[in-house]
Design a protein around this ligand. Structure first.
Ligand SMILES: *Cc1c(COP(=O)(O)O)cnc(C)c1O
Length: 253
């Protein structure tokens, strides 16, 4: 069965969908500009990662033509297929989904960054894969964001992955010691059904403690369609935006 998201329809750059994506992209960029100005950081705009999961490669091609440089995916099989088809677009691929260790070898081949590093076994699997798949080819180290669980109770039903805040420094040391990996910073998804501000404030605190030990690891990957303003207010350097640019995700049947 072929993955519908890998269908590469052909469409000219002037089609209706391109115009729609251009308008939505522009609206999101405007929101980012307003939020950055409010935070007094219009000179340090966060990196916009457009999360393209479930959307077809032709949409990613359109986005690339509209100036998007960074895309995010959360399933290895889909991401690997898209990255191969779109190799000539020169995009930077970010892996943002929960990752099984057995997929590490595949992910390091196309991804420049993994935003969901949350346990020692995954660090080790990524380090080994980066050594085997990237080092010989002279590729840059893999950027690793430590995903932090911001739920008040780790066993809450809405658990969306991530390391406990108290485990971040140990994971950071492990990443920093691995040759093929670069410790970039922290990542989080705001808890469902709660205001995002306290969560992003907590993430900023975790980031500050990390940076005290690892000054080069200042990145904060936070902010989705619903909460990008709150994330920027609390120092996000990387935004992961899907539905407000691409529309609702197609149902995969
Ligand atoms: C899907 C996804 C996003 C994008 O979410 P939207 O609400 O569509 O903007 C961001 N981060 C992660 C980890 C995701 O899985």
């Amino acid at each position: 069965m072929t993955d519908p998201a890998l269908n590469d329809g052909s469409a000219g750059a002037g089609d209706l969908r391109t115009a729609e994506l251009a308008g939505r992209l522009e609206a999101v960029r405007r929101r980012i500009g307003v939020a950055a100005a409010a935070a007094g950081r219009e000179d340090r705009l966060p990196t916009l990662i457009v999360v393209t999961k479930f959307h077809p490669v032709e949409d990613i091609r359109r986005l690339a033509a509209l100036g998007v440089t960074d895309v995010g995916e959360n399933r290895d099989q889909e991401a690997a297929g898209k990255a191969e088809i779109l190799a000539e677009c020169g995009l930077t691929w970010h892996f943002v989904g929960q990752l099984q260790t057995k997929k590490a070898k595949s992910v390091v081949r196309y991804a420049s960054a993994v935003h969901s590093v949350d346990r020692p076994q995954l660090v080790d699997a990524l380090a080994k894969a980066a050594h085997n798949e990237r080092a010989a080819a002279g590729r840059a180290p893999l950027d690793c964001f430590i995903q932090v669980n911001l739920e008040d109770h780790a066993d809450a039903g809405a658990h969306r992955g991530g390391a406990a805040p108290g485990d971040v420094l140990l994971l950071a040391d492990r990443i920093a010691e691995a040759e093929g990996l670069r410790l970039a910073g922290v990542m989080a998804v705001a808890p469902l059904g709660a205001p995002p501000e306290p969560a992003f404030e907590k993430l900023a605190g975790v980031s500050a403690r990390l940076v005290a030990q690892h000054p080069g690891a200042a990145a904060i990957s936070a902010g989705m369609s619903q909460d990008l303003e709150a994330a920027i207010a609390f120092g996000a350097t990387h935004l992961r935006i899907g539905s407000d640019i691409l529309g609702s995700r197609p149902v995969v049947g």
